[in-house]
Each structure stands twice: as structure tokens, then as C-alpha cells.
Design a protein around this ligand. Structure first.
Ligand code: ARG
Ligand code: ZN
Length: 844
């Protein structure tokens, strides 16, 4: 069944208050609800329908009198009075049998919930839609030491606890946690002087992995006060770490629930990248308190209203805590790796989709990351001051409401007087716009003519021109900036911009800072790219110039058997040697473009990408770079030495990142001697992982792999890395077999999403391995998706996306993938989640 945005109708009732009582028992939890409903003024639909799934109804009553509702597969209907009434229901649910990890479920003997998007209906009968908001009072009866829900604690005694959340919220923000937990506690004084208790709840044994998450939380709280003027609004803020979780984390009001991988860290067990991700996710969930919770979404089509904005806010936070250019470059790498394939394949959908079958399938890179890009463009177009004013108006005008993208854009229109009608197409049109550039130089006048096209897709058959902010700078022939960055506002399909008063033909630096999520299509020369790599004052575009050189030489190597380009090798050597550049930035420069991204480029240029040829080209280029930089590598390695105690901050992480990049090159020259010695002396996980990765990549490291397992056997999050690295670093020929062997390992708990992804997700991330010509990678993934689907549809459906690029490849691979898609589709009882994904990928 497909749900459409255009069919939105408000609920006929308001909910004044909700009282819930939980009698916890693993296989048979009783949930009693007492809910005050009132007819909503002006509503014409008086049908009383409550969502409910997998519930056993014990009894229902209205105003104290027992009633017999009509039960359907999706909920119930009931005759109700014309005036306000009290609904009571008692249901029984089975948390222990809930493997889908949606609703109330159990993880390691601990009760926890995940209600976004539509999980609350698996807890009790309720209008489970985000535009129905109410205060909640929750009583939990059970014999567990710690029992938590949203809001503030009211009272607790032996075997019970009561919570009250004074802020009206939709049911998707409901949460309950109960278990044997210990707290890492701290406190925060808000800008108006209120003291907030902060707790990070973990399983006994994980206390030593909480300090960083707590630090990140306090930084986030301060930052949101200082930058957005947003103060926290409850007496307590609780975070809980859970091992079994489908996504990263969840912003439940006052009770955030986190995948333990997204919050637990210690220097010995987590890498710098883990620390940075944790800081960002803590911030993200905390920022949702205002952008998501106080102001929520009218319906799930508006998901980007909270997610795009909150991703944008967490990116600003990370840029402030760390390096702005490094954060920007990392985000663009991620956007190109995850969002571009989505936007340019069978799963393409607008930032605000217009229809869906299963909303969980729309927690996508397009809604989140492109959604954040759209906000970045809006800020660029209106300017920082107007952005700040518009946000103030947004919070003032819509606090306590469930809103739409129209509400969001209107605050910008009201503040600036701008008409955002055309800009709104970023929310309604799918597909990545291509921006073609032509240049002209005549009598001192320089003209750039841009043409934008968005390829038509099923989701977007007749794309219209979008508003594209193009940040442009011009460089003179000797490398000095002759025109500083200016935002050109492109609104037409084809549009020219003219610059006068120049004494020589400039070199353009286009789309600085990646000012719009588009594909820049410009046939520039190797010489010009090398020039920009050496001289561009915009760090993003300087990195981009290095990337353009890499892509050009890799494509020529893969498609025409060309030799590595000397301009690339010289340019990289110069960057590597330039000690004025941030080490983290140099590490990003040295990384090659993704192999899947290269395949996409080749396909777009009319070639049939050969994953093996792409892999070989990357190997050859890395080897050539290692040889070219041979004399410099040991010196750079030395400059990355850290004598201070471990800190996962930007400075130390950057040095370790550069050292890791250098180590991977040195390993190509010394056969793994340095990596083995680093492994032996490593006293933090970043060094351990970088050494082990290099060794595995070199086809070595057997002893280290075994030692790693022996050392970390007791630590799930570290063992996830052990599984993942072996698959990621396997050669194309051995990746599928390696993954298969690991699925037979005693520790492969496939019902745990982190562990499942560590093996099968890593396989799909090994481009040439996954796409091995014999189809073993495809078959292995399909086998496991078929097995997981009845247990956990959400995680299965997400991982189907690995097949979305299938039409890029040759007929042989297409046939192999098609056969797997058909095999999955033919499974009896396939979930709605997976059915929707497979059908869309198949394109029928
Ligand atoms: N709102 C959460 C976040 O972005 C994501 C939770 C989505 N979960 C789901 N099962 N769809 O932080
Ligand atoms: Zn979010």
C-alpha cells in the first residue's frame, strides 16, 4: 500500500494527556493506557482509528465502560462519544520475541524501545502519527534496578518508577529503558542558570567508555546555547547505550537511546574516527531536542525538516570543534559515496518524498545529507545574518508545533522578502543537477557560461531549473587571487556571468566549498588542475583539484591502460611535503577516490566499468605514488610523532591520519616491516587498526589477526572491527570467500545489526570483491538478506541498497544481480520493507 503526501488529513481528535503503565515481563509485558481524547475543532473526519500492530488486546474501555472495538490488521476502530472522553486499554506484548528491534524489545536482558518512525503502535493502540502531540506520564513496574522513561523523574520505589514529560510530543519520541545499568554522571548549568543532571547509562563493565560521550554532550549543550540560542528544557538528560540497534541513535525526549557503537569509546578500543563520529552523533541527537522535538514534523514526508536541519547543525558543530575544511571535505566524500548513487539510480527520490510504502526505507542519504546541503545553500543565498534571524523566527513561531517544509521556507521568506518558490524545487525534484561550464576570454572580459541539466527519472520526469549558488573565485596566472569568492546565483537553465577589469585570462575556481550538491562537468586540462592543486586559496577546491587529477589518471589507466600521470604524482608529493598544510587535510588529499565512484563516472561517460580494472588502476597508482615519494615518506612519518598522552582531538587525530596514510604507502615498499612493528607497540586502537589494515592489505598479518582476536574477544565493538577489516582488506578474488568464512565463525551473531553489517556491509564496501565476476559476492549477500528478512526487516531493507547500482555494469554482472534480486523477491512472506526496496531497485 502506497501512502501519498497529497492525501494528508489531520486526525479528528486531540490528545490531552497520556498515562501509560508497564508491567514488565520478557515474554508477556502488559501495557495499560489511559488517554484523554477530545474532538478537534474544525475536523470533519470523526472516525476514531488507533494504530496497533502485534498487540493482544486484553480489554478496552471508554469513560470507564468496557467497549468492544473492531480490530483490523493495522489497528482498531471504535464508536466514541461526541465530547471529550477517556480511552483505556490493556494490551500484552512480547519484548523477548521482538527481533525486529522496533517497539519494545530486549537487548542483553535489558528492555529498550525504538519508536521512530512507526514503532509505538507495537506498544499500545494509539494515533501513531507525528502531528498528534501530548504530554506523557509513565509508570514502570518491574524488578530491574534502573527504569527510565522520558522527561523528569516523578518518584520511584522498590519495583517501580514514574516519569513525567511536560513537553507535548508525538509518540515516536516515546522511550522506555529498564535493566541492570550503571551511570556515568555529570551535570550542566544552562545559560539561565538551571542545573541539569546528565547520565550516560551503560552495562556494568562499560563505565570506562563513557567519558568522551559525556564531554561531547556538554560541548553540544553549550554550543546550541551560544550559536542557536537554544537552552535545554528538562531537569535531566539521559543517554543509554544499547548493543542491538538498527541505526545510529534516537533523539527520544530526555532519553536518547544510542547504538553502543555510536557512544562508547576509550583510546584502547575506539579509533579517532570512532571518537569523531560519536561526538557528531551525540551532538546530532542533542540538537534534535529543538529541531525535531520541540518543533516536530507534521507527517513523515516532512522528515527532512528535522533531519536535514539537524545534520546541518551537527556539521556546523563539528566544523567549530575541529577543522572546517576537513569536515566539509569529509562530508562531500560521504555525499558522493552514498547520496549520489541514490539520486542517480532506481532509488532516486526527492529530499521531501511524495510517496512511500515503508517510511523506514526513507531514512536515506538524500533526506539526511542532501537535506542538509539544501539548508547550506539557503544560508549561502540569504547570508548568515538573515539565516540567524530566520531561525529565531522559526523557533518563536513554531515551538510546540508539527510543521512542514512550507512553514520552514516561509520564515525565510518573511525575514528576507525573497520568493523561495523556485528554491523549493530542491525539495521536490530528485536527481543530481549537472553543471556544465564554458569559458570565454576576449579583450579583458572573462565570461563563464553555465548550463544546468537534471537527468529525468521516474521520480522526476520533467526537471526544471533549480537555484544554484555557485561560489566562484578567480586566480591570476601567477597564482594570486584576482577575485575573491563571490556567490553567483544561477536560476536559469543556461546563464552567463561576466567579469571585467582583468589584465590576463584568469583560472576559475568554481563551486568553492562545494557550494551546491551538483556534479560539475568541466573539461579542464591537467595543467589547470595541477595549477589549482598548487595555488587555490579555497581548501575545498584545492582538494578537489587533486581529486580531479586522480580521477582522470585512474580512468585513463583503467580504460586505456595509460601509465600513472606524472602531474598527479608530482602534485601529491608537493602536498605531502608541505608542512604548512594541516596533517588531516594532507591525509584526505592522499586518499584515492572511491572505486564505486569511479565506476559511476565511467558509466556516465558511456563506458562499461570493469571493477577489476578499476581496482588494478588504484593499486598501480598507489604503488607509483609510494615509489615517487619514497625519500620523503620517512621524514613525514617522523613529523607525525606524538609524545603527549592520547587525545582524540583534531590535532592528534590529524597527525595519526597522515601517519596512517604514509604507513600504507611505506608498506608497499618495505613489505610490512614498519606496520608489524607499529602493531607490536601500538597503545591505542587507531594505531592498532591502521597497522593491521596495512598488513592485511599486503596479504600478511595472520599472526596479528589472531593476536587481535585473542586480545579483544570479550569486546563486541572491537570484534566488529576484526570482522570488518578482514573483509575490507581482502583482495577481489578472496573477499567473498573471506566474508563467507567469517559468517561461519562462532562469534558471528547475525541477529546483531552491528555484527551483520561488519561482515556483509564490509563486503559491499569492497567494490571489486563484491562485484567479483563469478557472482559469489552477490549470492552471499542475497543468502543473508533472505535469512535476515523475517528476523529484522529494517536492517535487511537498508542493505538491499548495495544492489542499486546494478545497471552500471556489464551484461554478465547485470544478469547475476538480476537473478539474486528475483530470488529475494520470490521469498514467501517477504517483509514490506524489503519488498519495496527490491521492487524499486528492479525498476518495475
Ligand atoms: N531520528 C534518528 C536520527 O536521525 C533516526 C532514527 C530512525 N530510525 C528508524 N528506524 N527509522 O537521529
Ligand atoms: Zn536525526
Amino acid at each position: 500500500k502506497t501512502i501519498y503526501l497529497k492525501d494528508y488529513t489531520p486526525f479528528g481528535f486531540t490528545v490531552e494527556e497520556v498515562h501509560l503503565t508497564f508491567d514488565l515481563a520478557p515474554g508477556a509485558t502488559r501495557v495499560k493506557s489511559r488517554i484523554r481524547f477530545a474532538p478537534r475543532d474544525g475536523a470533519d473526519d470523526r472516525r476514531f482509528f488507533l494504530h496497533g500492530e502485534d498487540l493482544t488486546l486484553i480489554r478496552a474501555a471508554i469513560d470507564g465502560k468496557e467497549v468492544q472495538p473492531t480490530l483490523t490488521a493495522e489497528g482498531l476502530t471504535c464508536d466514541v462519544p461526541d465530547a471529550a472522553f477517556t480511552w483505556e486499554a490493556e494490551v500484552e506484548i512480547d519484548p523477548a520475541g521482538n527481533t525486529a528491534l522496533e517497539g519494545l524489545y530486549m537487548s542483553n536482558g535489558m528492555y529498550c524501545t525504538q519508536c521512530e518512525a512507526e514503532g509505538f503502535r507495537k506498544i499500545t493502540y494509539y494515533p501513531d502519527r507525528p502531528d498528534v502531540m501530548s504530554t506523557f506520564t509513565v509508570r514502570i513496574n518491574g524488578d530491574l534496578p534502573v527504569m527510565l522513561s522520558n522527561g523528569n523523574p516523578v518518584e520511584q520505589g522498590e519495583g517501580w518508577a514514574e516519569w513525567h514529560d511536560p513537553w507535548p510530543k508525538p509518540a515516536y519520541l516515546f522511550a522506555l529503558v529498564a535493566g541492570d545499568l550503571v551511570a556515568h554522571s555529570d551535570s550542566f548549568t544552562t545559560c539561565s542558570g538551571k542545573e541539569v543532571d546528565l547520565n550516560l547509562w551503560v552495562r556494568p563493565g562499560d563505565e570506562g567508555k563513557c567519558a568522551w560521550g559525556m564531554e561531547a554532550l556538554k560541548k553540544s549543550m553549550r554550543w546550541d546555547e551560544e550559536v542557536y540560542g537554544r537552552e535545554y528544557d528538562l531537569e535531566v538528560f539521559n543517554i543509554v547505550a544499547v548493543d542491538d540497534f538498527n541505526m545510529g541513535a534516537m533523539e527520544n525526549k530526555g532519553l536518547n537511546i544510542f547504538n553502543s557503537s555510536a557512544v562508547l569509546a576509550s583510546p584502547e578500543t575506539a579509533t579517532d574516527a570512532n571518537f569523531e563520529r560519536i561526538e557528531a552523533i551525540i551532538a546530532h541527537e542533542y540538537f534534535h531536542n529543538w529541531t525535531g522535538n520541540r518543533i516536530t514534523c507534521r507527517d513523515w514526508f516532512q522528515l527532512c525538516l528535522k533531519e536535514g536541519l539537524t545534520v546541518f547543525r551537527d556539521a556546523q558543530f563539528t566544523a567549530d570543534m575541529r577543522s572546517e575544511p576537513v569536515k566539509r571535505i569529509s562530508d562531500v566524500i560521504d555525499l558522493r559515496a552514498r547520496q549520489f548513487p541514490e539520486d542517480n539510480g532506481p532509488l532516486a527520490h526527492p529530499v521531501r518524498p511524495e510517496s512511500f510504502q515503508e517510511i523506514n526505507n526513507f531514512y536515506t542519504a538524500t533526506v539526511y545529507e542532501k537535506g542538509a546541503e539544501v539548508i547550506g545553500m539557503l544560508k549561502r543565498l540569504v547570508g548568515d545574518a538573515a539565516y540567524a534571524e530566520a531561525l529565531d523566527l522559526y523557533f518563536a513561531r513554531h515551538d510546540g508545533e508539527a510543521c512542514t517544509i512550507e512553514d520552514w521556507l516561509r520564515v525565510f521568506e518573511d525575514v528576507t522578502g525573497r520568493d523561495l518558490g523556485q528554491f523549493k524545487r530542491w525539495y521536490s525534484q530528485a536527481g543530481t543537477p549537472r553543471l556544465k561550464v564554458e569559458e570565454d576570454w576576449q579583450d579583458g572580459t572573462y565570461t563563464l557560461t553555465f548550463t544546468q541539466t537534471t537527468p529525468p527519472s521516474a521520480a522526476n520526469p520533467e526537471p526544471q531549473p533549480q537555484v544554484i549558488p555557485i561560489n566562484l573565485g578567480l586566480l591570476g596566472p601567477n597564482g594570486d587571487e584576482v577575485k575573491e569568492t563571490e556567490t553567483l546565483e544561477m536560476t536559469e537553465a543556461r546563464q552567463a556571468f561576466t567579469f571585467t577589469g582583468l589584465s590576463a585570462k584568469p583560472v576559475p575556481s568554481i563551486l568553492r566549498g562545494f557550494s551546491a550538491p551538483v556534479i560539475l562537468d568541466r573539461d579542464s586540462s591537467t595543467a589547470e588542475r595541477a595549477f589549482l592543486l598548487a595555488h587555490d586559496t579555497d581548501p575545498f577546491n584545492r582538494w578537489e583539484a587533486g581529486g580531479a587529477l586522480a580521477r582522470a589518471t585512474l580512468n585513463a589507466m583503467a580504460l586505456e591502460d595509460a601509465a600513472p600521470d606524472a602531474a598527479y604524482l608530482d602534485g601529491m608529493l608537493a602536498v605531502l611535503r608541505d608542512d604548512t598544510l594541516d596533517p588531516a587535510y594532507r591525509a584526505l588529499m592522499l586518499a584515492l577516490p572511491g572505486q564505486s565512484e569511479l565506476a559511476a563516472m565511467q558509466a556516465e561517460a558511456g563506458h562499461t566499468p570493469d571493477p577489476m580494472a578499476i581496482w588494478t588502476a588504484c593499486e598501480t597508482l598507489r604503488q607509483a605514488l609510494a615509489q615517487h615519494a619514497q625519500d620523503t615518506l620517512p621524514r613525514i612519518w617522523e613529523t607525525c610523532r606524538i609524545d603527549a598522552p592520547y587525545r582524540p582531538d583534531a590535532e592528534q587525530s590529524g597527525k595519526r591520519a597522515l601517519a596512517g596514510a604514509v604507513l600504507s604507502l611505506i608498506t608497499r615498499l618495505d613489505g610490512g616491516a614498519l606496520a608489524a612493528s607499529q602493531y607490536g607497540s601500538a597503545d591505542n586502537m587507531t594505531l592498532q587498526v591502521s597497522a593491521l589494515s596495512c598488513l592485511l592489505k599486503a596479504g600478511k598479518g595472520q599472526a596479528e589477526t589472531a593476536a587481535f582476536y585473542a586480545q579483544w574477544q570479550h569486546d563486541r565493538l572491537v570484534i566488529d572491527k576484526w570482522f570488518m577489516l578482514q573483509v575490507l582488506q581482502a583482495t577481489p578474488e578472496t573477499a567473498a570467500a573471506t566474508a563467507k568464512a567469517l559468517t561461519e565463525h562462532a562469534d558471528f551473531n547475525w541477529k546483531n545489526p552491528n555484527r551483520f553489517r561488519a561482515v556483509l556491509g564490509a563486503l559491499t564496501g569492497n567494490h571489486a570483491g563484491f562485484h567479483a565476476a563469478d557472482g559469489a559476492g552477490y549470492a552471499l549477500l542475497a543468502d543473508w538478506l533472505i535469512r535476515l528478512d523475517p528476523v529484522n526487516p529494517q536492517t535487511t531493507a537498508r542493505m538491499c541498497a548495495a544492489f542499486q547500482t546494478w545497471r552500471r555494469y556489464d551484461a554478465g554482472r547485470q544478469g547475476l544481480i538480476r537473478a539474486q534480486l528475483d530470488r529475494i523477491a520470490a521469498q514467501p512472506g517477504l517483509s514490506r520493507d524489503t519488498t519495496e526496496m527490491i521492487t524499486r531497485i528492479q525498476g518495475n
